[in-house]
Ligand binder design. Structure first.
Ligand code: UD1
Length: 416
């Protein structure tokens, strides 16, 4: 089990480049399956979830080569529509292959997906939408067998702008016969990036970045080379690190255009942020201001940065609150923060954070990907040493959190 050790109370200062986005690259890797040729992705993060998806694609007959941050996927010899249980359960994004395989082969066999334990994560919207495109499903235990023959375009309205369901519908409908109109689509930047990547392969999609997508199926896609955008959640995590530890930093390729709500929130908490092209500079000193924050679908405040906000509110200058509207059960990190001296009361979807506390380093456990990263942020502002156990969750999404924060002057190391 790997552990991260953080010695707190070091101001941060410096400049780093932000890795490519996990939530953008995984559906793009699924999209590569749609094409009987080669897809090249640049600026790919070297993270566990990418390695896991490569394993799945290879088990299905694709060839994958990750050289530095350039990933080449060739799917001309795809021969299996089954996703191995171990990989499928390790990563929620494996469900993206359902739409892609139906689009390519008219058949798929997937497991109910795994990933972080952040509340119940049903896939009913995915199945119902793919059903409208012509798929029929049978289930055996936690295995879903989907059959469709040639998919047909349909009118679909999502009852909630689910990111995963939107991506699955996109992947299936680009290869369907006829036109699909999707209303209530998720507007997350990663969905928009997937649309742009599919368009670079020859897909016919209109409305990317809006809640209504119009997808006209095409017979064939072609080779592409596509640049994965910077990870807005990693940018937000490192901005929180500067807020917690104090100091100033510049983040290159930080996708500031996708962080409007986050920048506004950090400014309300007292940070000074300057944006120039893809770069973002943040300066912070003293306790963050106590405020109330509510998570929501894009362009709302991202649920993936909620745990980091719990940390900042704990350090805040008064009582703050946080309302989680996307996932129930995403407050597991509060328990770990209690061990460090935080006062957080959870009432249903809301967390009330006392603020004004000094955190103390101790042994804590990463319970999920973002929650684990939030504990690293807490460690930066804590007295003494914080040992974060079970860090495998963190490495699913952060390529080198110790190297990045170390570059900014944090005293942090990984112990295997
Ligand atoms: C979600 C986040 C996304 C984040 C990702 C990883 C939102 C809207 N989505 O995407 O920003 O990057 O987690 O942490 O912020 N739901 C159903 N049935 C379904 C699908 C979803 O009820 O078939 C519900 C979920 O339980 C959840 C909500 O819809 O309450 C949002 O889920 P969804 O957007 O699909 O989750 P992810 O795609 O994992």
């Amino acid at each position: 089990m790997s552990t991260i050790l953080v010695q707190g109370y070091h101001l941060l200062k410096g400049e780093i480049e932000i890795q490519g986005s996990k939530n953008a690259v995984l559906p793009m890797m699924a999209a590569a399956v749609l094409h009987k040729g080669t897809t090249v992705l640049e600026h790919v993060p070297r993270i566990q979830d990418v390695f896991c998806m490569m394993g799945i694609l290879e088990s299905m007959g694709c060839t994958c080569a990750l050289e530095g941050h350039r990933l080449t996927v060739t799917a001309s010899d795809l021969r299996d529509v089954r996703i191995p249980e171990k990989n499928g359960k390790a990563m929620r994004s494996s469900i993206m292959l359902l739409g892609a395989l139906l689009g390519r082969c008219g058949e798929a066999c997937v497991h109910y997906p795994g990933g972080c334990s952040i509340g119940s994560r049903p896939i009913d919207m995915h199945l119902s939408a793919l059903g409208k495109l012509g798929a029929v499903f049978s289930e055996e235990g936690d295995v879903i067998h989907a059959l469709s023959g040639k998919l047909r375009g349909a009118h679909i309205t999502l009852p909630y702008p689910s990111v995963g369901a939107t991506e699955n519908i996109l992947l299936a409908s680009v290869a369907a016969e006829g036109t699909t109109i999707l209303k209530g689509a998720a507007m997350e930047p990663e969905v928009e990036s997937l649309c742009r990547m599919l368009k670079s392969m020859g897909a016919d999609i209109q409305g990317e970045g809006t809640g209504v997508l119009r997808i006209r199926g095409v017979r064939e896609l072609h080779d592409t080379v596509y640049d994965v955008p910077g990870d807005r959640i990693v940018s937000g995590t490192y901005m929180s690190a500067v807020m917690a530890a104090g100091g100033e930093a510049v983040f290159r390729r930080s996708s500031p255009g996708h962080l409007e709500q986050v920048v506004r929130t950090m400014e309300r908490m007292g940070a000074r942020v300057r944006i120039s092209g893809g770069d973002m500079e943040i300066k912070a000193a003293g306790r963050p201001k106590a405020i109330c924050i509510e998570t929501g679908p894009y362009p709302g405040f991202p649920t993936d940065l909620q745990s980091m906000m719990l940390v900042l509110l704990t350090l805040g200058d008064g009582e703050g609150c946080l309302k989680e509207t996307v996932f129930e059960g995403r407050f597991a990190t509060a328990k770990e923060l209690h061990k460090m001296g935080a006062e957080i009361i959870i009432e249903g979807k809301e967390a009330h954070v006392a603020g004004g506390y000094s955190l103390k380093g101790t042994d804590v456990q990463a319970r999920d990907l973002r929650g684990g990263a939030a504990l690293v942020v807490a460690g930066l502002a804590a007295e003494g040493v914080t040992r974060i156990g079970d860090c495998r969750h963190i490495f699913r999404g952060y390529e080198d959190i110790c190297g990045d924060l170390g570059c900014l002057g944090a005293d942090i190391r990984r112990e295997r």
